[in-house]
Design a protein around this ligand. Structure first.
Ligand code: ATP
Length: 273
């Protein structure tokens, strides 16, 4: 059984209940900071994500969510502070090393090959352990061995009927599902999703919520998400960022009722909804 406990706090004297009990979070940051030419986009963030939880990062535009996400996955290097995966210091490691330690983010649509089918993409991800394009030009014959697993992953994200469709012919929502299948091909312990429902219509949003609810089994999910209804349906814990700092952290219902959060971000109308 998974321990369900996530804690974040920027106050120096704060000891998270999880750490207090001697339980290591699966993913954590310690005074994580990132500057862009003198501008502090992420400012001393302490974050602790327990195994088996869905943890949402929310906050107004420019709060630092994407920067934090890029730091967690190695796409940006911190100015200072530390990042740990299962107690191991991963600060400054490149993205592929971090992925190799079981922390994977979904691919961006721009990294899909328009002419390759959904199945071929997943086969390549399985073969290249996520490094899409790795020897892809001479690997076609080898891909057959990955077919069974590829089809399992496609079924997991609801693309089994579309396995033979070139990626550029997939509707937007289905492309996002394919990205998720590519991330799952890495067998990640921690799955990071960057705005999984961005730009989707209601039907795809519902489908994505259901999908994330399914693929979270046996792993930890960290997601950046603007849609608060999605956050409320999926997240065990929510961290609210404002101006690069942790403003609030807790279960969704608590966080959305927090007057500081209402003032800073959500707005009374959103909270009521
Ligand atoms: N490469 C960069 N160079 C300079 N400033 C940057 C860079 N990346 C981000 N910033 C700044 O850092 C701040 C945080 O940006 P970030 O994209 O992390 O916020 P966000 O919470 O993801 O916002 P949004 O919800 O709009 O995506 C912003 O003020 C942004 O302008």
């Amino acid at each position: 059984m998974w321990l369900i406990d996530i804690s974040t706090n920027t106050h120096p004297s704060y000891v998270s209940p999880m750490r207090h009990q001697g339980v290591e979070p699966v993913l954590s940051t310690h005074m994580l900071t990132r500057d862009f030419r003198g501008f502090r986009a992420v400012d001393g963030v302490d974050l602790a994500v327990a195994a088996g939880t869905v943890h949402a990062l929310v906050g107004p535009n420019g709060a630092g969510k994407t920067t934090l996400f890029n730091l967690l996955t190695g796409f940006l290097k911190p100015t200072s502070g530390r990042i740990e995966v299962a107690g191991r210091d991963i600060t400054g490691l490149p993205p592929e090393r971090i992925a190799g330690l079981g922390v994977a983010r979904s691919f961006q649509i721009t990294s899909l090959f328009p002419q390759l089918t959904a199945r071929e993409h997943v086969e390549l991800a399985l073969q290249g352990r996520g490094r899409l394009g790795w020897q892809f030009w001479r690997s076609a014959k080898l891909l057959g061995r990955y077919r069974e697993r590829a089809d399992e992953l496609l079924a997991m994200v609801g693309l089994e009927e579309l396995a033979e469709v070139p990626s550029d012919a997939l509707p937007y929502g289905r492309k996002r599902a394919l990205e998720l299948a590519l991330a799952l091909a890495l067998e990640p312990d921690v799955l990071l999703l960057d705005e999984p429902t961005a730009g989707m219509g209601l039907e795809d949003v519902d489908r994505t919520v259901e999908l994330v609810g399914r693929v979270r089994a046996g792993r930890t999910v960290v997601l950046v998400e603007h849609n608060m209804s999605v956050v409320g349906r999926l997240a065990d814990r929510v961290t609210v960022l404002q101006a690069g700092r942790v403003l609030a952290e807790g279960p969704y219902d608590e966080v959305r009722a927090d007057p500081r959060v209402i003032t800073a971000y959500l707005g009374a109308a959103d909270v009521a909804g």
